[in-house]
Write a protein that binds this ligand. Structure first.
Ligand code: SF4
Length: 306
């Protein structure tokens, strides 16, 4: 993507391009690439009615590249809007990893002048992820995903947020969509999308149309990345396979992920009323559930906490 020759496609611009957009074929210089990414995120936010005047928007900020880019862009495109942004970082309790990313999250929030809070798995369930991994038989990313969603939702609710923004980009969304299809999980297909309806603080994904490579390049040209260690648990089996498969397809057939998501959104609209699509309150904790005991209570029950 970087290191392109020639001139930027924008009329009158003589700057060298740094990127060729896979969908449109546009060759863009640093300034116009930055503007293009921000414009598409703005269209997603405005077109989806994601944020309204007076809203508090909680932004999940892991300190990694996607959420850092998300906070950076939101703080720019919402600069003149009567909206309060609060960055929320979850400390799962992962030794040798999370402390550094929390430091990076604090730093980027401070640079952008955004309020920042840190909430932890220990506050929710009295355990770190490291401890739970030793007590539960599933992959750490499965435990982490279930508890992180609840911690973020709880924190967003506590600060009165109207929206919870997460840094999922096009690649993440396409991987999740294909995984849901491969798992035959009709209920999950029906529940995903924007805005996320139900008893939760509605979740929004402003980067959902931006390919991961463009998110990465945006962060590089804006100089907002800090080199960080990789999570020692990274590598959820099915997602790794799907990521490799989709990357290969996207390389051979540009626009594959965008087309997949367009079809997935149509499919989601068709199965919206299917069994398992709705959410109810968990009889134990009152949190959101797809029926009966919620996943958080199930996990913590298995770990001997409930
Ligand atoms: Fe959690 Fe897995 Fe991400 Fe590590 S890689 S932070 S365990 S989801």
């Amino acid at each position: 993507m970087a290191g392109e020759t020639g001139r930027c496609s924008c009329p009158g611009c003589t700057e060298p391009p740094i990127a060729v957009l896979r969908g449109s074929g546009e060759r863009l210089c640093t300034r116009h690439f930055t503007a293009s990414v921000e414009c598409r995120v703005r269209e997603t936010v405005e077109g989806g009615g994601m944020v309204r005047d007076g809203d508090i928007v909680a932004v999940g900020l892991s300190g990694g590249k996607d959420s850092t880019v998300l906070l950076h862009i939101l703080s720019r495109i919402l600069l003149d809007c009567p909206v309060r942004i609060v960055a929320v970082t979850v400390d799962e309790g992962i030794a040798g990893y999370r402390k550094e990313t929390i430091r990076a999250a604090r730093s980027i929030a401070a640079v952008l002048g955004v309020e920042h809070i840190v909430v932890s798995f220990e506050e929710l369930c009295g355990r770190t992820l490291d401890a739970l991994v030793g007590e539960l038989p599933m992959h750490p990313c499965t435990i982490c995903g279930v508890l992180r969603r609840r911690v973020l939702q709880t924190a967003a609710g506590n600060i009165g947020a109207a929206r919870l923004a997460t840094g999922h980009c096009l690649d993440d969304e396409a991987q999740s969509a294909l995984m849901n299809v491969l798992n035959g999980d009709l209920g999950r297909i029906a529940r995903t999308g924007i805005p996320d309806a139900g008893v939760l603080v509605p979740r929004i994904k402003p980067l959902r149309s931006i390919p991961e490579k463009e998110v990465t390049l945006y962060g590089i040209v804006q100089e907002i990345y800090t080199p960080l260690p990789e999570c020692p648990y990274a590598g959820e089996a099915l997602r790794s396979d799907v990521r490799g498969f989709l990357s290969t397809l996207e390389y051979r057939r540009a626009g594959t992920m965008t087309r997949l998501m367009a079809g997935y959104d149509r499919l989601r609209a068709r199965v919206g009323g299917c069994a398992g699509a709705g959410r109810v309150s968990c009889p134990e904790c009152g949190g959101p559930s797809t029926g009966g005991r919620c996943r958080v209570c199930e996990l913590l029950g298995q770990a001997g906490r409930r």
